[in-house]
Ligand binder design. Structure first.
Ligand SMILES: [Zn+2]
Length: 118
């Protein structure tokens, strides 16, 4: 990996992380709203584990899937930033090959190459 390229990806990752964390803070504030405000938005559940699902709804409301997605992305970005520090950025976790710069530019936090993705 070229140093300049890695630096560029690092900046991109850090920027993205800021945006995502800002989004998450927005959700956290919304979670402080009275519980009743969420009732109308409850998704309909068909599973057997209603109690557990109810707890989750209470905690996250209908934003749960969005929040989870954001959290996962932040975690993946952190991992990518860790790898940059260790000098392992851009290596596929499955085959160990260098991930193409094109792919990294599209998904800077990716952990696997195009071949392994398929
Ligand atoms: Zn691979």
């Amino acid at each position: 990996m070229e140093k300049n390229f890695v630096e560029k990806m690092k900046t991109q990752l850090e920027e993205e992380k800021k945006v995502l964390e800002k989004g998450l803070r927005g959700f956290a504030e919304k979670n402080k709203l009275p519980k009743s405000d969420w009732d109308t938005h409850f998704p309909s559940f068909h599973g057997s584990n209603l109690e557990e699902e109810a707890d989750e709804v209470e905690e996250y409301g209908n934003l749960l899937p969005v929040e989870r997605t954001l959290e996962t992305r932040v975690a993946e970005i952190n991992l990518a930033l860790e790898k940059i520090k260790e000098g392992k950025y851009g290596l596929c976790e499955k085959c160990g090959q260098v991930v193409s710069p094109e792919r990294l530019q599209t998904i800077p936090e990716t952990r696997i190459c195009d071949k392994c993705k398929k």
